[in-house]
Design a protein around this ligand. Structure first.
Ligand SMILES: [Zn+2]
Length: 356
């Protein structure tokens, strides 16, 4: 009886030994404060590469690269910054790192993910040449006889917008570059805004709206370009009710205020970018009337960063003559193009939606 019990006891110990072996080795690893780097790398979804001759290697996960060297308490990231943590070491032909280093690397990978998730991409740009068809916009009539000139806003802005559309399409084949009209037609203001609002966007995607117009004034001397954005005091509903189903009714006004602030900040930056681009094109040869705020219909109803560019005055004879020349229109297109490119590059480079 006694012998029999002993046998059972031995069998139990054997099965126990087999069952808990991985736990024991983990305990041993933890006791030493060191963990196996290859095993950790596979837990992070990363691959490990090591050259025993130079004692250097790297951990790679997607675009995230971390280089290391035996005995060096710094890990170099793909962009050259250093992550300070205890050096990796070789133990029985296996690379191992401390628990603290392991946590530091895991946090670094998590930060890279968070950084990518918070980056916003401009997926669409809508160029809107104002007026068209039955609506000529502002008309400039100057001179007489052989110097007679008649220009219509709808034609000038269409030329600039089509040039801009072609250049942006060539620059960014992956973005959706749209135009509200490609000929002498008249989409209503509602149609134009709807085109922009219909673009399906995920949380980190954005669309920008650039409306192109030409000015008129009773003051025949008024000249130059200006860029308008929405007056920040103007209250509007920017949260799309279709997209906010299920959102707490009390939260909606808060979300709305946040988005409004966001679009205003971005619209101001876009306006300044375009104004700067135009100044780069013209220097002091054309008056820069600056960045202005108002409650234009198109800008007001577009739920996205949006601006309106007034390219010049058709009522000023000298400017009207410039606006009827292809070279001047191309320069205007250049300025707006450069402004949009610099805005988009800034927008996509920064980290969070409201980071400077
Ligand atoms: Zn207009």
């Amino acid at each position: 009886m006694k012998r029999y019990t002993l046998l059972i006891a031995m069998a139990s110990i054997c099965s126990l030994t087999i069952a808990v072996q991985p736990v024991w080795s983990q305990v041993a690893e933890t006791t030493a404060g060191m963990v196996d780097l290859e095993r950790r790398a596979s837990e992070w979804g990363a691959s490990l590469s090591f050259d025993p001759l130079t004692g250097t290697g790297f951990v790679l996960r997607g675009q995230d690269l971390l280089r290391f060297k035996l005995g060096f308490a710094s890990y170099m990231t793909g962009n050259g910054t250093l992550l300070r943590a205890a050096a990796p070491e070789l133990y029985e032909n296996r690379l191992r790192i401390s628990q603290t280093t392991s946590s530091a690397i895991a946090t670094w990978f998590a930060d890279r993910d968070a950084d990518r998730a918070s980056r916003t991409t401009v997926v669409a740009i809508l160029i809107d040449p104002g007026h068209g068809g039955k609506d000529p916009g502002a008309i400039g009539e100057h001179g007489a006889g052989s110097t007679k000139l008649r220009i219509a806003e709808k034609d000038i802005v269409l030329t600039i917008a089509k040039d801009l559309h072609a250049r942006l399409t060539a620059k960014w084949p992956d973005k959706r570059i749209m135009i509200t009209r490609a000929g002498d037609s008249y989409p209503s203001l509602d149609d134009r805004v709807e085109m922009a609002n219909q673009v399906e966007l995920t949380v980190n995607q954005a669309i920008i709206y650039v409306s192109v117009h030409a000015n008129a004034s009773f003051n025949k001397n008024a000249s130059g370009y200006e860029v308008w954005y929405l007056n920040p005091d103007y209250r509007r509903t920017v949260v799309d009710s279709k997209k906010s189903e299920g959102v707490d009714k009390e939260v909606l006004p808060i979300l709305n205020a946040m988005l409004e602030e966001e679009y205003t900040t971005e619209s101001v930056y876009l306006a300044k970018s375009i104004s700067g681009g135009l100044e780069l094109s013209f220097g002091t040869s054309t008056v820069n009337r600056g960045v202005r705020a108002d409650e234009w219909f198109v800008v007001r109803n577009a739920r996205m960063p949006s601006v309106l560019v007034e390219v010049g005055f058709v009522t000023n004879e000298a400017e009207a003559r410039l606006l009827s020349s292809e070279g001047h229109l191309r320069k205007l297109g250049d300025g707006i193009y450069n402004g949009i490119v610099s805005f988009v590059e800034y927008f996509e480079r920064r980290k969070g939606p409201s980071a400077p």
